[in-house]
Design a protein around this ligand. Structure first.
Ligand SMILES: [Fe+2]
Length: 179
């Protein structure tokens, strides 16, 4: 099988008014909040964005979970733990319906491996291939946009190059995480 068989799909660019509203959110970190709870508890700008993103929720999985991460970052900080990874499982052949992820970031968006990476039968963990990925073999998602990716997309958080308030909203449809 191949990881990164395709590029992540850019679904939508968010309008400037909502971007500005999102950037007024205070730093916070909410991980894997059930969609219904996110819609009732999250601040209004995040709810507005989630409602927009819901048109791409497929509804095939047991869980729909939302992350809201707002952080004041300094130049050279990483937006998450550095390094290529896939979310949710370590073995891309895990016996479950692969995830659907929808992600928004205002600045320093996620970086995705660009070219397909062979994941041969003798491999069981994504780290078995990440050391061999050439340094420049990636693309960045677009800022202020919604992207769709899945279990087979190796990706990583970017290193920021200037101080910023970074806003991330991610919807994950999965059968693996139980909340
Ligand atoms: Fe990730």
């Amino acid at each position: 099988m191949f990881l990164n068989p395709s590029l992540p799909q850019c679904l939508s660019t968010i309008d400037a008014d909502l971007i500005r509203e999102l950037e007024t959110l205070e730093p916070t970190f909410n991980k894997h909040v059930p969609l219904r709870k996110a819609l009732s508890d999250f601040p209004a700008p995040a709810v507005k964005l989630i409602e927009h993103m819901m048109q791409w929720v497929e509804g095939k999985h047991k869980k729909v979970l939302v992350d809201l991460k707002v952080a004041d970052l300094k130049a050279e900080d990483y937006t998450c733990i550095p390094g290529w990874h896939i979310d949710t499982v370590t073995d891309p052949r895990h016996d479950s319906l692969p995830e659907n992820h929808l992600i928004y970031t205002n600045v320093f968006p996620t970086e995705f491996v660009r070219d397909p990476v062979e994941f041969s039968e003798d491999k069981y963990h994504f780290v078995d291939v990440t050391d061999d990925i050439p340094k420049d073999n990636y693309i960045s998602a677009k800022p202020n946009s919604i992207h769709k990716y899945g279990r087979f997309h190796l990706h990583r958080g970017a290193q920021v190059t200037s101080d910023c308030r970074r806003v991330l909203v991610r919807i994950t449809e999965t059968d693996v995480i139980h909340k």
